[in-house]
Structure formats: C-alpha cells, structure tokens
Design a protein around this ligand. Structure first.
Ligand SMILES: Nc1nc2c(c(=O)[nH]1)N[C@H]1C(S)=C(S)[C@@H](COP(=O)(O)OP(=O)(O)OC[C@H]3O[C@@H](n4cnc5c(=O)[nH]c(N)nc54)[C@H](O)[C@@H]3O)O[C@H]1N2
Ligand SMILES: Nc1nc2c(c(=O)[nH]1)N[C@H]1C(S)=C(S)[C@@H](COP(=O)(O)OP(=O)(O)OC[C@H]3O[C@@H](n4cnc5c(=O)[nH]c(N)nc54)[C@H](O)[C@@H]3O)O[C@H]1N2
Ligand SMILES: [Mo]
Length: 774
C-alpha cells in the first residue's frame, strides 16, 4: 500500500507487542503494517493509529487547580472525576515543580520522594521512562525505590532460597527453548495454560514472535500437553492439549496429590532426591500425612480442585513414564500464598528426577511472555546509566498503598521486619498504578496522603488524573531511539515517525531542565543532548562487547535500521551443570542443593509461608465460606486486545468491548442462572467495590469462573458503582502473597454478577479532564 501512495511514508518501529511499521501521511499515523518477516504478528498493533492522536493525549503541561490554589498537602479530592487543571507555560511549571522537589528534599530528606514508578512504559533503550526518572532523581539526591514486579514477585523472592540466585535467574531468563522442548519433551504439564495472546508481548519487544510458532512446531513434532486451567482457550486448539478445568487457586493441592501418587506407588526418583535435594524426607512425611494426619492423596485433593481423583492418579503415572516438563505460569503465583505452587512444582519435578535433563524438569513462564523459551541472551545492551541512589529505602512494589497509608508502621518481608517510609512526594513516569494495583478505592485513599503527586504521561490515564502536576510526554513514535527485547539477538532502530503531539516533550529534556534548576544539570546531562546520548550509549556498548569489529559503528547501524547483537544461545536444560556435577556446580543455596525444605525460610517463622510447600487455603476460591456470598471466581488475567491499560482507546481494544464496557466472559449455565445473555450490561461486585461490564457467554470457561481481564481504564465518574467501565481492580484484594514475597494477589477474586438495572451511566474514562488556560 505504502509504495502505491507516495504521500505515505513507512517507519519501522518496535513496541512491547512487536516489531512492525507505522504508515504516516502529513505528520499523522494513518495505519500499521506487520513486519513481513514476523511469522505471527500481534493484532495489538491495530491500536496504535487511534491511540497516537487520541483526544486523551496529554497535550499541555498542567497543574491541578486545587494544588495551584492551596499549595502542596494531602487532598481527598485528588482523582475526583470533576477535578480541574490549569495549563501553564513549560518554564513556569518547571519552576514550580523544581521548587517542590527542593522543598521536600530539604524539609523531609530525599527518602520522602517515592520514585518506584513501576510500569511497562514503552520500548526504547534511551527514552525509557523509568530509567530517565531514576537518573534524574539520583542526580538530585536519590529517592525511595521499589523492588520486584507485579508480574512474578513470588518467583523473585522465593526461588533464590530454593535454587540460589543464579538458579532463579536461569529459571526466569534462560529456560530451555521451544526447540529443545520439541526435541526432548514428551509431556508438558502447564498450570495456567499457554496463552498465545500473552506470548505476543515481551519487554522491549522482539524482532519476531517465535513463541507461538515454537509451541505449534513442538506439538506438530509430537509434544503432548496437559493444560491445567479454568479456560480451555488458555491453550490454543492446535496444541491438541488435554484440558483439566481445575478450580483456580488449588494448584498446590493438585501438585501435592501428584507427589502422593509418586511416593505411594514407588515412582519417586529417590536417587535424585538423595543426591540433589534437601528436605525430601520432611516433605514426604507431610505429603503422606504422617505430620498432620491428612494424606495429600488424589482423593483428598479432588473436592478441592474439582478434578476426579482418577484423573490425577493417571496424570502422575503418565508424568513418571517419559520426559516431563512442569510449567507453573506466572498467573498462578499472582494470588494469595503464590509461593506454594512454585515450591510444590519444583518438588514435583524433583520427585520425577528430571531437573537438569534436556526438555525436562521445572519451568515458570512458557505462555506467560513471548521471550520465555526465546533461546538467546545478548552479551550486553546499550543502556542509559542511572547513577547511584544515595537513599537505601525501598518497598516491595505491591505494598505501595500500605506505604502511603501507614508511614512508620512495621511489615514483614523476606525475613526482615521493615518500616514504611513517610512519603511526601510521589513521582510516576511510564506506569499506571490505577491500572495495576489492587483495591483501587483504597489506592485512591492512599493517593490522597502525599503533599504532591507528579506524573509524566502520554495519555490522560486514571493515574494522570490523580496527579497535581502532569507532564505531557512524547510517545516512542515521536522520538529517535533503539530497541531490543529479551530472548532474541537484534537491536533495531526506532526512527521518529511523527512530530511531538501538542506541547509534549521528551522526558529527557524535561528532567534536564528540572535538574538544571536544582543544581544538577551537568550531573544529569553530562553535556549531551538526547541525540548525543543515543550515539554515546551505542558506542559505549560497542566498545564493551569487546568484539567491536563485528558490530557496525553508530552511523552505519542507524542507516541500516539495526544490527545483530553478540550473544549466546541457551542450554537445552535448566540446571544441567548442577545435575552433571553437583560438587563442581553447587547451587547458591545454604545446602548447595535444591531446597525442598528451607531452614532459612522455616527460621522466619511465617505462618503464611512455612519451611516447605504446604496447602494453605486462601478462602478466595470456589467452595469456601466466602463463596457462599460471592459465588463466582473472577479471573483478572491479561487482556488479549492490548498490553495492560495501554491504548485501551485503540480500535482493536475498542472492538472487544460490549456496550462500551470491558467484556466479562461467563459460562452459559452461570449466565442462564442469572437470566443473562450476550450483550447485557452487568454489575460485577463484592464487598470491596463494583464495576459494570458487558456479557459474553462461552463454554471455553469452566463453570463458576468468570473472566474480566485487566486494563479497562478506571472510570469512577458514575454514582453507585466504583468503575463504570469494567476495571477488575476495584474488586481485588490489596494483600501480599505472603510475608515472604509480598507480591500482588490480583489474579483471583470472588464476586457476584447481576444484571445492571436503571439508567446506564456513560463511560467517561476517555473524556479528558477540564483544562483552563494555555
Ligand atoms: N488484578 C490484576 N492486576 C494486575 C495484574 C493481574 O494479573 N491482575 N497484572 C499485573 C502485571 S503482571 C503488571 S506487569 C502490571 C502492569 O501495569 P503497568 O505497567 O502500570 O500498565 P501499563 O498500562 O503498561 O502502564 C504503562 C503506562 O506507561 C505509559 N507510557 C507509555 N510510554 C510512555 C512514555 O514514553 N513515557 C511515559 N511517561 N509514559 C509512557 C502508558 O500510557 C501507560 O499508562 O499490572 C498488574 N496488575
Ligand atoms: N496480550 C497481552 N499479553 C501480555 C500482557 C498483556 O497485558 N496483554 N502482559 C504481559 C505481562 S506484564 C505479564 S506479567 C504476563 C503474565 O502472564 P500470565 O500470568 O501467564 O498471564 P495471565 O493472562 O494473567 O494468566 C494466564 C492464565 O492463567 C489462568 N489462571 C488464573 N489463575 C489460575 C490458577 O489459580 N490456576 C491455574 N492453573 N490457572 C490459572 C487463567 O485462565 C489465565 O488466562 O503476560 C504478558 N503478556
Ligand atoms: Mo507483568
């Protein structure tokens, strides 16, 4: 198309959802074109043209009127849908903002600035929003940061205790490739499925989507898959998977029952357990019920997980018969006691004796992200140095509302008793906590507490609408940059395709101007423009790889549109060295072995994460006391039509909405029991809040489960409902996985669904706030 119309220019670009081209005419993005070299391009690119020029773009620097009038301070009105903003000149706004940073650091110290700023932002090595913010905050004396992720905090904190730090890194970053699975694996048992829509995405984007073709090729070569998941379509039909529609939140019971079969039928690999693990005896006694009088048999697990005992028994036998890989998807640990299914999954794989063998053992991430099993790791990447943070204070990332609501109060985390800092200024760039955090009504109370909230955003998200100062940011299509993701070996040029929207600025220039006002201009910029920095970080990396001869100089790279990255391909087994010679390659654990019992964790004395994997009942599942009041279990999984909340106003995402609301999927029987049909608007509620959503019935779900994916822009504008648009985080609980990991538990929540009655409130999420002046 582009070649036929000389007016249309084509710009290759990269995003977390892939590498493709935008088509530009007269300074406007008019279309997208998949990369012909991508074997499985993502339909999410269809959101880009609308989102780029949408009315929700932040087009001017603004200050909230109440903050301008009253000055900094706690304000319950922050985030009110009728709040007004005042447009200022950039210089005026930057003077005020610099003054506020200075006031807070002088009066309260730099630890009173929260700059964790969690979020996915955009692809691009230099203009990465958090890197820019962190470098700026470090240059002015530091900030309170965050640790771990919403994605997989339980993995990040637990696994180093079980496999050592390197083992944990390898589990997340260097698992066997899909090709190794195709060659070696007989049976893949995956908890949480293999969602193809999830595999479209990877941090930094990928040169091409290889995960979806990879899983299909493995199936074509004979890989058998068992998908344990509440959704049949969590695994693509062409995988030919056996679907076990377990009740969500019960995976640990299933894993224990599978081990029970291995132990009682003498199928556990005791030689492996003796040589490579510690604590197998303790775990065995627990599984057999010698410790507490309850054998964790398939008959015990069946009423909990709602799968037949015979099915579990047959599965355990089958797993012991060939090369088996156990995959626990990230969703499974994004729930209360999320550490347990991970630990139990490793224990099961250890009982099978296949850890360290090609295509066997344990994994955590196939089907969660496109880079998992991608097969390659660059030796290094061009990176903007963030400088050093003189402030030691941090929080586990998902405890942000607790921090703001409970300054000075103690909490447990990974063996420490810590205290929350007293935060006065919150700075966020490239993240949307009013998308990602749980119990949004509570988060709103938390955001009322600081003196000042400053948000840099491309769009008027709910987070921007909770800010006192909003800095309009350019999008990645408005700046020159370069991209590389995890799992493949190509660095791609991202050339500016369109001019900045309105008065939006690159964050680099904004922070440079702020740093200048705060006496740190030279420290932040080192005398470079952003164009200088691009060249500098590229050439610096080129020198560091030690193979500069193979990598083109910057100008050639830029002219070519990209370059291959020196890197290594991944081994076909996880912990293969350890298995081959455990004395020469001990794990970085206290015992040097896989810790099925951890004396360290037992020593923490946590009832919510004891010294070996156990079944703990969160109550947030079907068949519990709480389910009598809230009988449906809601899955707040990843949206297939976008990345999180990004570009929710784009055509592809909009096309999935029902009556303008987020689609909620129900089993036809659950819908019929409530008199609901496709297209109805319903109220999804529990004791924390409520939201409206549009009904889609489907027998791809098991009964009792409803699916309301994350990412509908939070819309608190309608009376009587917490969100008029369908954001599931108005329902989820703001409680950590456990005292150990303190990860998010947003995946599962009990609710009721009923027909919405009365007048239907409009969705106002995509109507920007009132702005005066400018
Ligand atoms: N209930 C529930 N909640 C969840 C989850 C769940 O499973 N269930 N999943 C969780 C997970 S795994 C994650 S990772 C989080 C994701 O949560 P987030 O990463 O916070 O979600 P995004 O929508 O990607 O937010 C990125 C924001 O950056 C903005 N942005 C893009 N480019 C730029 C830029 O160049 N500059 C600036 N300043 N801004 C930019 C976008 O407009 C967007 O608002 O959500 C979590 N929340
Ligand atoms: N299209 C798209 N892709 C994405 C993202 C996105 O926003 N959009 N986000 C990316 C990010 S940041 C992350 S961290 C990953 C997350 O990757 P995952 O955590 O793997 O993704 P989810 O879609 O949340 O969950 C996958 C499936 O797990 C199932 N499930 C939920 N609870 C349970 C349970 O208790 N037991 C079992 N057995 N299954 C359960 C659900 O049916 C759900 O569809 O996805 C990435 N990929
Ligand atoms: Mo994530």
């Amino acid at each position: 198309m582009a070649q036929q119309n000389p007016e249309i220019a084509e710009y290759p670009t990269s995003s977390h959802w892939g590498t493709y081209s935008v088509l530009v005419a007269g300074g406007t993005v008019v279309g997208v074109r998949p990369d012909p070299a991508d074997p499985a391009p993502s339909p999410i690119i269809g959101n880009v043209p609308d989102a780029q020029h949408h009315a929700t773009r932040v087009d001017r620097p603004v200050v909230r009127r109440r903050w301008l009038q009253n000055g900094p301070g706690p304000d319950d009105h922050r985030g009110h849908p009728d709040d007004e903003y005042v447009a200022l000149e950039w210089d005026d706004l930057l003077d005020r903002l610099a003054g506020e940073f200075d006031r807070v650091r002088r009066a309260h110290g730099n630890q009173a600035i929260y700059g964790g700023s969690y979020g996915w932002a955009s692809a691009g090595r230099f203009h990465h929003a958090q890197s820019q913010l962190h470098r700026f905050l470090n240059s002015i004396g530091g900030y309170t940061r965050s640790r771990t992720t919403y994605s997989h905090a339980a993995i990040e904190v637990l696994i180093p205790h079980l496999l050592g730090a390197q083992g944990a890194y390898d589990l997340l970053r260097r698992p066997p490739t899909w090709q190794a699975i195709a060659e070696h694996t007989d049976l893949l048992v995956t908890f949480g499925g293999l969602r193809t829509s999830n595999a479209w995405n990877a941090s930094g984007g990928r040169a091409a989507n290889t995960a979806v073709p990879g899983m299909r090729a493995a199936a074509a070569r004979g890989l058998r898959t068992v998908s344990i998941s509440p959704l049949r379509d969590d695994t693509s039909g062409d995988m030919g998977a056996r679907w076990l529609p377990a009740a969500p939140g019960t995976d640990t019971a299933i894993l224990l029952a599978l081990m029970h079969v291995l132990f009682t039928e003498d199928r556990a690999d005791t030689a492996f357990l003796d040589r490579y693990t510690v604590g197998a005896g303790t775990l065995r006694r627990y599984v057999l019920g010698e410790a507490d009088g309850t054998p964790k048999s398939p008959e015990w697990a069946a009423p909990i997980c709602e799968l037949p005992a015979a099915e579990l028994r047959a599965l355990a036998r089958r797993m012991a018969e060939g090369r088996t890989l156990v995959n626990v998807g990230w969703s499974v640990q994004r729930a209360r006691y999320g550490e347990q299914p991970l630990w139990a999954g490793i224990a099961l794989a250890a009982c099978l004796g296949q850890i360290g063998l090609p295509g066997g053992g344990f994994a955590a991430g196939y089907g969660s992200i496109g880079s998992y099993g991608g097969g390659a790791t660059p030796l290094g990447l061009p990176t903007l140095p963030q400088g050093a943070n003189p402030v030691a204070e941090y929080i586990p990332v998902a405890r942000v509302a607790d921090m703001l609501l409970h300054p000075g109060e103690p909490y447990d985390y990974n063996g420490e008793t810590r205290r929350y800092p007293d935060i006065r200024l919150v700075a966020w760039s490239g993240g949307n906590p009013f998308h990602h955090h749980q119990d949004l009504a509570r988060l709103r109370r938390a955001f009322a507490r600081p003196d000042t909230v400053v948000v840099a955003e491309t769009h008027w998200t709910a987070t921007a609408r909770h800010a006192d100062i909003v800095l309009p940011s350019t999008t990645s299509l408005e700046r020159d940059d370069m991209a590389a993701g995890q799992g493949d070996l190509r660095l791609r040029v991202m050339r500016r395709a369109v001019p900045p929207h309105g008065r939006a600025r690159d964050e680099y220039d904004v922070y440079a101007a702020l740093a200048e006002r705060l006496g740190a201009g030279a420290a932040f910029t080192e005398g470079r423009t952003s164009a200088d920095w691009l060249r500098h970080i590229y050439e610096d990396w080129r020198g560091r790889t030690g193979r500069s001869g193979d990598v083109p100089a910057f100008d050639a790279f830029w002219a070519d549109g990209g370059t291959a990255l020196p890197g290594r391909t991944e081994p076909v087994a996880l912990l293969g060295d350890f298995r081959a010679d455990p004395a020469a390659h001990p794990l970085g654990t206290p015992s040097g072995r896989i810790e099925l019992f951890s004396a360290t964790i037992a020593g923490f004395g946590y009832a919510d994460c004891p010294g070996h994997p156990v079944w703990l009942d969160s109550g947030e599942r079907l068949g519990t006391e709480r389910a009598r009041t809230w009988p449906l279990l809601l899955l707040a999984n990843q949206p297939s039509g976008r990345l999180h909340s990004q570009q929710d106003m784009g055509a592809h995402s909009r096309g999935q909405k029902v009556a303008g609301r987020a689609p909620v999927r129900l089993h036809p029987d659950d819908a019929a029991a409530r008199g609901l049909a496709d297209g109805d608007v319903v109220r999804v509620s529990n004791d924390r809040g409520s939201c409206l959503a549009g009904v889609v019935t489907s027998d791809e779900l098991r009964r009792g489960v409803v699916q309301l994916s994350t990412g509908a822009w939070f819309d608190p504008s309608a009376p009587g409902v917490t969100c008029a648009h369908g954001n599931p985080n108005v329902l989820t609980a703001d409680i950590g996985t456990s005292s150990l990991g303190q990860g998010t538990t947003g995946q599962l929540v009990l609710v009721e669904v009923e027909r919405h009655t009365g007048a239907l409130p409009p969705v106002r999420a995509f109507t920007p706030p009132r702005i005066t002046g400018g």
